[in-house]
Design a protein around this ligand. Sequence first.
Ligand code: CP
Length: 296
Amino acid sequence: MNKLTTVEKLDKKQIEDFFSEALNIEKTWPNLKKVGENKTICLFFWEPSTRTKLSFEHAAKALGFNVLDFSPSLSSVQKGESLEDTLNTLISLKIDGLVMRHPENKISEQIAKLLPKEVLFINAGDGNHAHPTQGLLDAFTISKLKNISDSKVAIIGDVKHSRVIPSLFSGLKKMDCTQIEFFGPKELIPSNFTPQKNDITENCLEGFDFLYVLRIQNERFLEDENLDLQNYIKNYQVNDKFLEFTKFDGKIMHPGPVNLDYEITKSVSNSNNSIILDQVENGLYLRAGILSLLID
Ligand code: CP
């Protein structure tokens, strides 16, 4: 297997192998086995990114890969070249792997099919379909603190437009997590995500180990969708008062980027219980681990 489009297609053993490789990478970072020597990875990002793109670049370079950075805004896409022709151009340039982010739902499945068998492919986020490496790095972060199968995870916010949640949910389930609950307004949590609580009640987060906070992903709202932001902040913002009211005292997670003082306050995001930056660091090891195992 050298193409990663969704977590759904992985089995538990493959996820465990990624985690185990990430732990090995963490122990030896930055002196890694140069599995990427004489190989070239192209970062093919059609949407903005900070942590995903930079962690892939940093990880790939530490593994000895040459890294090509494709930016659509500076490429011949601006002269009308199609995605397929652009892809064929990269293949002709003898790339060994492609890491792609794109706004279109499920485009990763089409791209994976268009690539030659020997070219590695990793979906770095496509529409609100999937973001497998983010979901896996979050599950990896949880696994370093507590057995995933014993963990109680609350997810709050804009599940509907999130590409991370399908990947995280699938990853946690495959690792035998049975205690996952969703919190937020009905219009932001599709009915298939259960159990869900649309009202925040006293003590409702007591006993949860992790609270995974999501940004309102305005860029993926359809024209007829809207949200009363002030109402959202009043009822669902994760702030000190919210934590006290809900009796949550576990670890705070967020995939980033954070919109401070919207879904979460600065004081909670920077608090001792926040592991948001640990997620970023673990993303580096996990992505290096995935690159190492998929390039073999
Ligand atoms: N979580 C995430 O994908 O962040 P970036 O958009 O910064 O890569």
